[in-house]
Design a protein around this ligand. Structure first.
Ligand SMILES: [Zn+2]
Ligand SMILES: [Zn+2]
Length: 1116
């Protein structure tokens, strides 16, 4: 769909027709096809002559197109069918006539210039593994593709099934249409024309001429060759108005009014909320700032007054309190810790501070802001601010420790580099002079990662207290003196001498509790600031539902959400609205970019295209790894890491008009003034939804946030319950301070940093004594030291974010192997599914074909491919329980939960070539499986209930999948654990699969995590199962919702689900009697198809149960 957004014009008749369509649908439903045919047949005698001749053209066109497309899914160009049509009509076919038809039936006819690659389809040559098919992209690889005029009827006329399914989950195999079916299709489309004309006539007032109206409307639909526009910019000034600057753009309110007049607007907005603008509230500092700080704020930031929340927080810090600030995005939170830092430095130039950010990009951004502020502050210009992270070269580190007053770092560094070498920092008195500790974006630290961070903070505070005294530095080597320190300095923990802790976070449910948990501070010492004093502009929120492809034929399904997102994005960008579009996964991000690239180039809007970028997340180690790769392989690969820098720079300086991003950008990197946020699909949590929505609208400007729903159940749930998006509390951020695996690991580290005594219970809690006794080594004076198996570096044995996977390097060898260029890197677990020989990999919206994969060097060679199809892998993933380590009875039942070794087995065995959602070809590939081991817990499903489910036509696989999510929904650390998600195309396939899975709920630690979360789930299995049962049984939703069986993080979009099935399984495991009559018959059409992939379980063997500990925090 390329021509969905022409400028509005006099489309009176067309608009009127749309209004009346609703009535026609009702009529149509109540009559048989025959009756309808009769009605429409009788109904065109009164037409003005012009419409009869136009009908003749339409019929000819219809016949030719139906004939041409009956055998192959080939795109049809205007020149290629023109002569055939003229042969039938015996008159010349004019572009303006086609445009008139398009104006009459805009949803059904596509008539636009598209890049040539859009129509190149090569379905015949099935290529072998050794011989990829490059024929289709031999040309046009170096410049923008030229365009051809495409003429076709809506894709889905080819016979889509299903109503409101997720568009990316339904694939169509191209049909070979029979002559009878073709004839029927032609008739149906002819009826559609008659109907459209009748509607137009009925909507035209007697003073208007319908022919004139139609011709006027058609002017917008005459396609213009983008190449022509590119070369002759003045050719069509009205259709291609220059993009207004950010300052000159129209208000969002007006733009939304204009949006609703577009011909492609079909009531997609199902909910609209307007948040009125808010005046700022200022506050006063007590005492006032020095004149030099005032001057610095004014000259570097243009700040003259502080908002109330800033003043409250700064005053609290000044009075010796610790502070947590939880306010909206863009409320000026950084001032809250920058100003106190300047004050402290003014009072004592030896003051040091640590600033911690969750990502490097964020740290970098904030570091330059602080440097500018210091440079503008008389007397503090010389203060050194340094980054101290994994990228900091070792030879520079000593210098930084010696001379930096402020370091920008992250918890990974504190854990692995700063604390273990605490003596190096002590020598330079950095930790001793530490007066301010800042952790921004506190909400980022939750789940397993948050639990690690909490222990790291306790270790840091312990060391700081120990070195925070001049007395300590004199007698630092004596253990007994350490005791003295604890006793003498504990009560003075929060005197003026002590470091203060400041944290900022997005709006979270319970900021105080989270601050207390992460820092281990006393809650009475903490000032909570949640009153936001920053002014905000008007904000519009929209919920967007894709319309039916053809509202007269709901069976054709809905428009793809990607097409909706790009149409909206183009519309907004043309009006000078700076847009960010968030996608959940990288692959969608690239598909959106590809679609946008095609559409904008079809429209000739290269001016906009060059201002759009895709920005993928998950690349925080990008530079370092890329650097390493180049060093290690010493290859002659070109170096293109600049690409990410350029995107960042463009974003920060405001050149970009559109950014397509995964949620990595969620984390508060300042990307300048954005006017609109589009969210394609529900972001995994409510907190993310609000974070992302908060990215638009700075400095009193009005802004827009749009949630574009995908077809997934979770998205549908929020479409039906929009109030929850805005009003429901986000979940508490949970961390687990009692996770023994995590705790022990950090106590070993702490003991290495400074010997431990039982006094340290105040940091590490009541489990300390037991862990010391059993896991640490006690010396004769009673001090505890790390166990010898953890030496020499206990911190190296813990991976606080989970192990970073090895990555494949993807290189572009389009020109030649020797001038290859690195495109990007992807983790093994993703590479398995995204790169396979002959497959299409999309980078920055451009398709590349995978030419060769070298598994030994982890190198993938790609060639730029000017093709219009994409590939979708055919794969399966099995999660297999291999060996039972431990079992545990499920309370009050004869059943058990198991904990043990689990294997993840992924196999890609081929791929589909696809254009839109149509399968063009099926290709087999031979690749070795990807196998990984981890630990997990499982619960077997009793046989009896499987039979009960089958009796009601409920797929056991759907019931098991839903029961797994119901279990995880009640498990606090669910975000750090995985389950075996069931995919629609595998469960509901028509063809019987040979793969059968045992009837088992299974959950496992993500590969490389060894975080002990699965062990935790195992320990709490009984409780969690009972909670899940209550949640599902008492939930009043009909088919499942986020409160009972749906999960926002389901890898397969929750399509395969059954609420009654989950309930039956939970009851069976908990040994609760099930009344067979209480289970309803399956009603979901799709679920009735397909086969039963579940078989009875048998217990997993328990060989060598003692030899392996539960969890394995130290080695994986
Ligand atoms: Zn529910
Ligand atoms: Zn799932």
């Amino acid at each position: 769909m390329t021509n969905r957004d022409p400028e509005p014009s006099s489309r009176k008749a067309i608009a009127k027709r749309a209004l009346e369509d609703a009535d026609h649908i009702k009529i149509k439903k109540s009559r048989t096809t025959k009756a309808k045919r009769k009605e429409t047949d009788q109904n065109f005698d009164h037409w003005p002559q012009y419409f009869h001749s136009l009908f003749k053209v339409y019929k000819a066109l219809n016949t030719v197109l139906a004939f041409v497309t009956s055998r192959k899914q080939l795109a049809t160009t205007f020149p290629s069918i023109r002569s055939s049509v003229e042969n039938i009509t015996k008159q010349p076919l004019d572009m303006s006539q086609v445009a008139e038809l398009k104006a009459l039936l805009p949803e059904i006819i596509t008539f636009a210039y598209v890049p040539r690659n859009q129509i190149q389809v090569n379905v015949s040559a099935k290529f072998s593994k050794d011989e990829p098919d490059f024929s289709a992209f031999a040309k046009h690889s170096s410049k923008e593709p030229e365009h051809v005029l495409l003429l076709e009827f809506a894709e889905s006329w080819k016979g889509a099934s299903g109503g409101t399914k997720a568009s990316h989950n339904e694939y169509l195999v191209p049909a070979t249409r029979t002559p009878a079916a073709t004839k029927k299709l032609v008739e149906k489309r002819n009826d559609r024309f008659i109907k459209a004309v009748n509607e137009l006539l009925a909507a035209t007032s007697s003073s208007d001429d319908p022919v004139f109206l139609l011709k006027a409307a058609a002017r917008d639909y005459i396609p213009v060759d983008p190449e022509h526009i590119k070369n002759n910019p003045s050719v069509d000034e009205t259709a291609h108005m220059p993009v207004p600057s950010s300052e000159d753009r129209a208000p969002v309110y007006d733009i939304l009014a204009e949006l609703q007049e577009q011909h492609w607007y079909k009531d997609q907005i199902v909910e609209r909320r307007t948040v009125e603008p808010r005046e700022g509230q200022t506050g006063c500092l007590e005492p006032l700032l020095s004149s030099s700080i005032q001057q610095a704020l004014q000259s570097s930031r243009n700040i003259e007054t502080l908002y109330s929340h800033q003043a409250t927080a700064i005053n609290a810090l000044n009075s010796g309190k610790d502070v947590i600030v939880s306010t909206s995005t863009a409320s000026g939170k950084s001032v809250i810790y920058q100003v106190p830092l300047l004050r402290l430095l003014e009072n004592d130039p030896h003051t040091t501070a640590i600033f911690v950010y969750p990502t490097k990009a964020l740290a970098q951004d904030q570091k330059s802001a602080l440097e500018n502020l210091l440079r503008a502050c008389p007397g503090l210009e010389h203060i050194q601010v340094s980054t101290y992270d994994g990228d900091t070269p070792v030879e520079q580190r000593a210098g930084i420790r010696a001379s930096a007053s402020v370091i920008f770092t992250n918890f990974d560094m504190i854990h692995a580099a700063i604390l273990p070498h605490e003596e190096l920092w002590r020598r330079q008195a950095f930790l001793k002079n530490l007066r301010l500790f800042v952790a921004d974006e506190l909400h980022y630290y939750s789940g397993t990662f948050g639990s690690h961070v909490a222990q790291i903070m306790r270790r840091l505070r312990r060391v700081c207290v120990a070195v925070g005294s001049t007395y300590v530095s004199q007698v630092q080597q004596s253990y007994t003196s350490v005791i003295v320190i604890f006793f003498t300095h504990l009560p003075r923990l929060h005197t003026d001498h002590h470091a203060r802790f400041v944290s900022c976070s997005a709006t979270i449910a319970n900021p105080l509790a989270h601050m207390v948990n992460i820092f281990g501070l006393d809650s009475s010492q903490i000032q909570v600031v949640t009153e936001d004093g920053a002014p905000t502009g008007m904000k519009e929120y929209l919920l967007w539902r894709s319309p039916y492809v053809d509202e007269h034929e709901p069976a054709l399904g809905r428009q793809s959400s990607i097409a909706e997102a790009t149409a909206l994005m183009r519309f907004l960008m043309k009006r000078g609205i700076r847009v960010i579009l968030f996608c959940k996964i990288r692959k969608v991000c690239e598909l959106v970019m590809k679609t946008l690239r095609n559409e904008l180039s079809s429209e000739g809007r290269y001016d906009i295209l060059e201002r759009v970028q895709a920005y993928r997340g998950g690349q925080s180690f990008w530079y370092r790894i890329l650097h390493l790769v180049v060093l290690i392989r010493r290859s002659d690969l070109g170096y293109s890491a600049e690409e990410r820098r350029r995107i960042e720079h463009d974003a920060f300086t405001g050149h970009l008009l559109g950014i397509i991003a995964t949620n990595a950008l969620e984390l508060g990197v300042d990307i300048g003034t954005l006017d609109a946020v589009l969210m394609l699909g529900f972001p995994v949590t409510l907190a993310s939804f609000r974070q992302q929505a908060g990215r638009a609208g700075r400095r009193k400007r009005d802004s827009l946030a749009v949630f574009i729903a995908e077809g997934l159940p979770i998205d549908q749930y929020y479409l039906n319950n929009p109030h929850e998006l805005f009003d429901k509390d986000t979940d508490d951020l949970l961390i687990d301070l009692d996770n023994e695996i995590i705790l022990e690991a950090h106590i070993q580290c702490a003991a290495h940093e400074m010997p431990i005594c039982f006094e340290d219970e105040k940091y590490f809690g009541p489990l300390l004594k037991e862990i010391c006794k059993f896991k640490l080594h006690r010396d004769e004076d009673g001090w505890y030291h790390p166990d010898s198996k953890c030496l020499p570096s206990p911190s190296k044995l813990i991976s606080i974010r989970g192990t970073q996977e090895d990555k494949y390097v993807l290189v572009d060898v389009t020109k030649s192997d020797t001038s290859a260029k690195i495109l990007e890197e992807i983790e093994i677990s993703r590479a398995v599914f995204e790169v396979y020989e002959g497959g299409i990999f999309i980078h920055q919206g451009r398709p590349f074909i995978v030419q060769e994969i070298h598994h030994d060097t982890m190198l993938v060679k790609l060639v730029q491919a000017d093709v219009n199809w994409i590939t979708k892998q055919r794969d399966f993933t099995d999660v297999n329980a291999l060996q039972t380590y431990r079992t545990r009875a499920i309370k009050a039942t004869p059943h058990r939960a198991y904990y043990g070794r689990v294997e993840i087995f992924c196999q890609v065995f081929g791929f589909y070539k696809m254009r839109h959602n149509v399968i063009l070809d099926v290709v087999d590939v031979e690749s070795s499986p990807w196998i990984h081991e981890t630990v997990g817990m499982w619960i077997d499903v009793p046989d009896l209930v499987l039979q009960l489910l089958r009796d009601k036509c409920i797929k056991p696989a759907a019931a098991i999948h839903s029961a797994e999510h119901a279990f995880l929904n009640q498990f606090p650390l669910a975000s750090d654990i995985r389950t075996e998600c069931k995919a629609e195309e595998k469960e509901y396939l028509k063809k019987e699969s040979r793969r059968k899975r045992p009837a088992r709920l299974i959950m496992y630690d993500p590969v490389g995590h060894g975080s002990g979360v699965a062990a935790k789930a195992f320990e709490h299995a009984s409780d969690t199962l009972n909670k899940a049962l209550v949640a599902v049984e008492s939930c009043r939703c009909e088919r499942g919702c986020v409160k009972c069986i749906l999960s926002a993080s389901c890898k397969e979009g929750n399509i395969v689900s059954s609420k009654p099935g989950a309930l039956a399984i939970l009851k069976a495991i908990l040994n609760i009697e099930i009344n067979p009559d209480s289970i309803p018959f399956e009603t979901d059409e799709r679920a009735l198809h397909g086969h039963d992939s579940i078989i009875s379980v048998s217990p997993v063997h328990t060989r060598t149960p003692q030899s392996v500990p539960i969890g394995n925090a130290s080695s994986t």
